[in-house]
Design a protein around this ligand. Structure first.
Ligand SMILES: *Cc1c(COP(=O)(O)O)cnc(C)c1O
Length: 405
């Protein structure tokens, strides 16, 4: 799954290009940088690779979400609908622009349930934010139709699905805007970094300014730039962009390896009739960074997790249901609205209201789901062993449970 597994001479060469000139910043210093513009080059490569008109690199995936929300005009009084299963960054970004995160259930796609989205729409809803979790996608046709009908913004958190597609279009380029994270454990990495992708020129121009203190980047030099609106500093450095430039050239290779390993593991687990798999709205577009699979009950899932642990092979298998970072059941800091800076009382009350709702439909899915991260460096032998071990664990647990029933 993560590009850091293939860090090599290509990344070092790109970083060294920057170190040679010493110009570590992406803007200005036109003379001394000797024609080296790694961030610009990576933005062009992103547009070409993923088929979007514009790309604005920033310092993280979280910053990309905040930047996109600001550029889309989302803020005070607005509600954003997002899934109960995501990484904490998704709601952190919503809070950062002063909007209300409205969580709704996921279905067996592990992403937004379109029916739950419909039910959550109010007069204040401004945006629907699907999160393409664990390498695969939400039902974009259904969500696009809802957004069109209700005149809502569609913002894709595609941080975990770099290289995935839906009906031929790259995830993250389908909505009004989409984001990737290039943090250290994502499919391709800059060490730290993120990007806002969009086909809307207005969103791009605002993202460009917002992520650099509101600079309009039209002056003869930085000091001569104007500030059409208040911004922030979410700049990426040239060093980080350089790493990403080497990584993006390896993406096709990463995806091919993921597909191969994912297929083998899926075929192995498919031999067990009690095991089922995540529903994928466009199977051919799965980036295959994870294989997400279901056991029949919460009890059998917990027993499989325990047995994987006992056999010391739990690493790389994620039981999100009890995970501190990815599922709403564990977000007590959010449920109690514990922030370091005081929130407006109205916002605080709304945050607590929405975060403490019950998500029984999500529980029913997440309590039975295990996601297995697909390694890039597994040898054929390791892959074979992994398949055999996992199948053996599942069979052992299921037969023990049958015997005890
Ligand atoms: C990683 C991730 C982010 C945030 O990315 P950072 O670069 O770590 O800030 C946002 N959303 C999802 C779903 C993620 O997995």
């Amino acid at each position: 799954m993560p590009g850091f597994e293939f860090f090599g001479p290509e990344e070092r060469k790109q970083v060294n290009d920057v170190l040679e000139t010493g110009i570590l910043m992406r803007y200005g210093f036109d003379g001394p940088r000797k024609g080296i513009w790694k961030a610009k080059e990576l933005e062009e490569a992103i547009c070409e690779t993923f088929g979007c008109k514009h790309a604005q690199l920033v310092s993280s995936g979280t910053a990309a979400l905040t930047t996109a929300m600001s550029a889309l005009g989302i803020g005070y009084g607005d509600e954003i609908i997002l899934p109960s299963f995501t990484f904490v960054a998704s709601f952190e970004a919503v809070l950062s622009v002063g909007a209300v995160p409205v969580f709704v259930d996921v279905d067996d796609t592990l992403t937004l349930s379109p029916a739950a989205v419909k039910n959550a729409i109010t007069a204040k809803t401004k945006c629907v934010m699907p999160v393409h979790m664990c390498g695969s996608m939400a039902d974009m046709d259904a969500l696009q139709a809802i957004c069109k009908e209700h005149n809502l913004i569609l913002l894709e958190d595609a941080c975990q699905s770099i290289g995935g597609t839906y009906k031929g279009r790259k995830l993250g380029t389908i909505g009004d805007a989409g984001t990737f994270s290039f943090d250290f454990v994502k499919t391709i990495t800059c060490a730290e970094g993120g990007v806002v992708m969009t086909n809307r020129e207005d969103v791009y121009i605002k993202s460009d300014g917002y992520s650099d203190h509101g600079h309009d980047h039209k002056g003869a030099d930085r000091g001569a730039d104007l500030h059409p609106f208040v911004g922030y500093n979410f700049r990426i450095s040239e060093l980080h962009a350089a790493v990403g430039l080497a990584q993006i050239k390896k993406l096709d290779n990463f995806l091919a390896i993921q597909k191969n390993n994912h297929t083998a593991l899926k075929n192995a687990l498919s031999t067990i009739p009690e095991v089922s798999f995540r529903r994928i709205p466009d199977e051919s577009g799965d980036s295959c960074s994870f294989l997400s699979w279901f056991l029949p009950t919460e009890e059998s899932t917990k027993a499989v997790v325990a047995e994987l642990k006992t056999q010391n092979i739990l690493a790389g298998n994620f039981y999100w249901y009890v995970n501190n970072w990815h599922y709403i059941s564990k977000w007590d800091h959010l449920k109690n609205s514990i922030t370091l800076n005081a929130l407006h009382p109205e916002l605080k009350a709304a945050v607590m209201h929405h975060a403490t709702k019950h998500f029984s439909a999500s529980d029913a899915v997440m309590s039975r789901c295990i996601s297995t991260a697909i390694g890039l460096t597994w040898t054929d032998e390791q892959l074979k062993t992994k398949c055999e071990q996992m199948v053996a664990v599942v069979k052992k647990v299921l037969s023990e449970q049958k015997a005890n029933a």
